[in-house]
Design a protein around this ligand. Structure first.
Ligand SMILES: N[C@@H](CCC(=O)N[C@@H](CS)C(=O)NCC(=O)O)C(=O)O
Length: 220
């Protein structure tokens, strides 16, 4: 199998945490240089986005939450990342939805230049979503649901790293004042798989910052 992934992508990071936790042998590859417009890449990823999981028979599966679920079903003998209790399972899936529907959209929008009013609106939207997460998390860390690594942690740990970086770009700490979110973000890296992938993300983000700070031909 192959995972088309970028180190800094929170969506790809959640799948990489799951692959490590399940100890699955998967080649990690970047998208082609001309993505997301590359026609062959669109063939495996109709949305032009990463991550994409390419199975050994060439079948491509995209959408990170779907890939997480597929890994559970394809590899039933690997450690599960869904709690045994049916309600806890629902809660883990709910937290993945919170990441996708409420936390990621304002961060994705803030990654592009916005006018100051729109920036303020998006930062408020992100702060509201983080406050909601603070109410949803349990007091005991380092895992969000059921005392073990689950899809919820695969999704939330990378998103909270992205939220810290997004806030930092606005000279704001959006996490520190939220007791459960900040405790969870701190203790997340107690899990070796989460810690390894967060380190890859930080490295990827540092490289992106360096590339965007390098003078282009017309600047030099
Ligand atoms: N809903 C998708 C979102 C994936 C996504 O937006 N990935 C970003 C990287 S973080 C991407 O590929 N962006 C490229 C683009 O938007 O053109 C998923 O969960 O897999």
């Amino acid at each position: 199998m192959q995972l088309i992934s970028l180190p800094a992508s929170p969506y790809a990071a959640r799948v990489r945490i799951a692959l490590r936790a399940k100890d699955l042998d998967v080649e990690i590859a970047p998208p082609p240089p001309s993505w997301p417009l590359d026609r062959r890449f669109r063939y495996v990823s109709p949305t032009g986005r990463v991550p994409v999981l390419i199975l050994d028979d060439g079948e491509a599966v995209w959408e990170s939450a779907v890939i997480l679920e597929l890994l559970e079903e394809l590899f039933p003998d690997a450690p599960t990342l869904l709690p045994a209790d049916v309600l806890e399972r629902a809660r883990a899936r709910q937290l993945v939805r919170v990441a996708d529907l409420y936390l990621m959209p304002p961060m994705v929008a803030l990654a592009a230049p916005q006018d100051p009013r729109e920036t303020r609106r998006l930062v408020e939207q992100l702060a509201d979503a983080l406050a909601m997460l603070d109410d949803l998390l349990e007091d005991e860390g380092p895992y969000a649901v059921g005392g073990a690594l689950s899809h919820a942690d695969c999704a939330l740990a990378p998103v909270l790293l992205a939220a810290r970086v997004t806030g930092g770009r606005q000279d704001l700490d959006l996490i520190e004042a939220l007791p459960r979110v900040s405790a969870y973000a701190r203790s997340g890296s107690e899990d070796e798989h989460v810690a390894a992938v967060l380190a890859e993300m930080e490295d990827g983000m540092r490289r992106l910052t360096r590339v965007s700070a390098e003078p282009t031909d017309y600047q030099s």
